[in-house]
Design a protein around this ligand. Structure first.
Ligand code: NAD
Ligand code: WQD
Length: 338
């Protein structure tokens, strides 16, 4: 019996595969390597001494999924596979809806045919759009997403909700991640973005190592304590363990659940720069520019539902997030390709 992890070679997927193997689960990964390297899974094997079964295929490929489900007894699916760049989704909306929405439909259909009835879906705080107030609880209004990526996540949640009503024997948990950062403390696994990073921590990391000259801070005139954007950064290993907790508690409560995975604490861009400088013992060169279109002033979670329903809460603080992000960057300046 095994757990199927779609997108398991990617950033959050590889850390979750490691956590699953560490607690003795058998794992099958399906990944088309569109945004990942198989090296991540080799390193997972090196760190755990255990090997996940790896299938290099696309979740849109029905035949590949049928074969996979016929060859393994799958108890649960953790579904990370998808495209995640906000800017790319604006330029290529169809690719995003195809991968994220159609991909999930194909997966769900093949799960149903194979009699696999447990799904954990990688959702995002982006489904809350521009928050009316913070912290964001699962009762907060969703919608008003500002890009096709965010809309694709919201659509999938809605589809899963409708599907659950028609198939109540399915257990479905949508985990709404806030801002995943950091890396495995070994420095062997981490985030390896293609090209120039869009996200703050990979960008700061590359400035710290001298790959990029200067961080641009997108706006210092937000109604926040220091004027820069505030987010709920969460260590990727805490996030990985959140998935294990969701598996453990899948049979409790409603058949369809949406649960925030955040720390409940917001930090500003300036807080991150300072914390990273301390971790890396170096100055981060930055300059303030105008706001980035589509950004919200502040976004952080009410994380009490995860505590109540999953018995889970984040345990790693900002210092550990920055320490591990830096450890990964300095040990792997070229990501997985070196
Ligand atoms: P990632 O790009 O590192 O991982 C996604 C993986 O899915 C990659 O390995 C990619 O090769 C694979 N993939 C993509 N399309 C596929 C397809 N059609 N078939 C098979 N494999 C496919 O991204 P990540 O940061 O690990 O994110 C994982 C999930 O979490 C995504 O669904 C993402 O939208 C969601 N999420 C990420 C964040 C974040 O900030 N990283 C925040 C909220 C939600
Ligand atoms: C964080 C803060 C920026 C880069 C995005 C997606 C979201 C989710 C996570 C998947 C903001 C500021 C950033 C830079 C900066 N992904 N910043 N200079 O925008 O909160 O969320 O990733 O679901 O959907 O939108 O994360 O890391 O891009 O930005 O000043 O070069 O850092 O303005 O305040 P964001 P981020």
């Amino acid at each position: 019996m095994a757990i199927l992890v779609t997108g398991g070679a990617g950033y959050i997927g590889s850390h979750t595969v490691l956590a699953l193997l560490e607690r003795g689960e058998d794992v099958v990964v399906i990944d088309n390597l569109s945004n990942a390297s198989q090296e991540s899974l080799l390193r997972v094997a090196e760190l755990t001494g255990k090997q996940p079964t790896v299938c290099i295929a696309d979740i849109l490929d029905r035949h590949a999924l049928k074969t996979l489900f016929s060859q393994h007894i799958i108890t649960d699916v953790i579904h990370f596979a998808g495209l995640k760049s906000v800017s790319e989704s604006i330029a290529h909306p169809l690719a995003y809806y195809e991968n994220n929405v159609v991909g999930t439909l194909v997966l769900l259909d093949e799960m149903q045919r194979a009699g696999v009835h447990s799904l954990i879906f990688s959702s995002s705080a982006t489904v809350y759009g521009n928050p009316e107030s913070v912290p964001l609880s699962e009762q907060s209004r969703t919608g008003g997403t500002t890009n096709p990526y965010g809309t694709s996540k919201l659509m999938v949640e809605q589809i899963l909700g409708d599907f659950s009503a028609a198939a109540p024997h399915f257990r479905i948990t949508c985990l709404r991640y806030f801002n995943p950062v950091g890396a495995h403390p070994s420095g062997r696994l981490g985030e390896d973005p293609n090209g120039i990073p869009n996200n703050l921590v990979p960008y700061i990391s590359q400035v710290a190592i001298g790959k990029l000259p200067c961080l641009t801070v997108f706006g210092d005139d937000y109604p926040t304590p220091d004027g820069t954007g505030v987010r709920d950064y969460i260590h990727v290993m805490d996030l990985a363990h959140g998935h294990l907790a969701a598996l453990d508690h899948k049979d409790e409560g409603e058949a369809f659940k949406a649960i925030n995975l955040g720390t409940g604490v917001g930090y500003s861009v300036m807080d991150l720069i300072k914390a990273f400088e301390k971790a890396a013992q170096t100055k981060i060169n930055y300059r303030v520019v105008g706001r980035r279109s589509g950004d919200v002033a502040e976004c952080w979670s009410d994380s009490s539902l995860a505590r109540q329903q999953l018995g889970w809460q984040a345990t790693r603080n900002l210092e550990e997030m920055m320490r591990d992000a830096w450890n990964w960057q300095k040990n792997n300046p070229g990501g997985y390709s070196v």
